[in-house]
Ligand binder design. Sequence first.
Ligand SMILES: Cc1ncc(COP(=O)(O)O)c(C=O)c1O
Ligand SMILES: N[C@@H](CCOP(=O)(O)O)C(=O)O
Length: 460
Amino acid sequence: MKYISTRGHAPDLSFEEAMLTGLASDGGLYVPETIPTLSMDEIASFAGQSYEDVAFRVMKPFIGETFTDAEFKEIIAKAYATFSHDARAPLVQLGPNHFLLELFHGPTLAFKDFAMQLIGQLFQAALERRGDRVTIVGATSGDTGSAAIEAFKGLHNVDVFILFPHGRVSDVQRRQMTTPTEANVHALAVEGDFDDCQAALKEMFADHEFRDGVKLAAVNSINWARVLAQVVYYFTSAVSLGAPHRKVSFTVPTGNFGDIFAGYIAKKMGLPIEELVIATNHNDILHRTMETGACTKQGVTPSISPSMDIQVSSNFERALFDVYDREGAAIAQLMDEFKAGEFKISQGAMDRLRDLFASGRASEDETSQAIAAFHARTTEVLCPHTAVAVKVAEAHLSDVPMISLATAHPAKFPAAVEAACGIHPELPERMGDLFGKDERFTVVPNDLATLKALVKERLA
Ligand SMILES: Cc1ncc(COP(=O)(O)O)c(C=O)c1O
Ligand SMILES: N[C@@H](CCOP(=O)(O)O)C(=O)O
């Protein structure tokens, strides 16, 4: 399996190289040259299998010969052993034909653990074999950072620097990033928003001297391995509701477009998905783009679903690559235009996007009301990101089962949840001392040169 860049100029890479590289050298994102498909019989045979078994069968065709079957199975087993629910990603019913896919039973209580726990193991195995080390720099609006730190803390062949927007993550998210004591963990509070953090990360990759000098690696969803790991739960949840003999739909709370792009890959692999619904909060660039065909940057406005306070959605580039018939030059041009604030999508590409994705937006009030209404109706306490999905999903309910993705545990956002429904969601006992620990982080101006100097200084 070869991986190619969405901008057409970077060298093709193997799975292992693409994973350890992250962003392509031409600024593009790596995608598989072809998407392997699974037959109806193969998908049907997932019924009743463990999450780990399905994970092996879904991901194996993408990793080629990178690991032996036995090695890959062991990696998967270790990755999900840290989860507190036997099903890993259980489904609960919210109402007639509406289901919630709980993706928050991993160690940091967010869906990011599904991919991060796995790539932590994959990186370790690959780096040990190569006798190599890397410097991970990650940008986070809260959840990716905590999941990355949890997966990589204490490893001798990795340093992990996490850039988070100062004052714009929840207290639980910040503490998950700032309380680990391991020397290879560096939490940096950037005086900017998530888009600034992500832009700095991409600039670091564009500076080839810096990139090669520190052996830069990415664990954001610009890294293909992150997306791949998330494809699995689309299969497990759909099959448990009768797929492939019955279609299902998904509504996905969306920021960087990684999670919903994983759903799109599942569909391309053969999973019969009726609708894939993009759900945004008031930072709604994706919804506006789907409505108008113009992708126009507006400033980020903080919300009660802070992990989705994003306006530059990395993985949208991967979807554009497909609807532009995989023409790297066209994508490079759109991304150049976007630097000045806007690009317009051609009518043909827009028609294809609208065939693939529906979209909706939930305001702050609608999000709070959804938390209150679903708690009153079902006793389920939704996190604000999940509430965005559930609210948007309501407009898409039909006789096809709808699965809304519950991307984080409500206890990560207690203030917003309590304000909405009067319940103070408690952290699970295993995280109970989070607020008793000392924090360790550095506040950094939103300045690329300062950030790069800091990374080099810490590594030295
Ligand atoms: C809790 C939560 N929900 C939803 C999202 C959106 O996911 P994605 O960026 O993959 O679209 C994120 C992070 O981005 C998140 O942390
Ligand atoms: N919501 C994310 C933003 C980064 O997204 P990623 O999926 O590209 O890592 C976060 O919580 O950090």
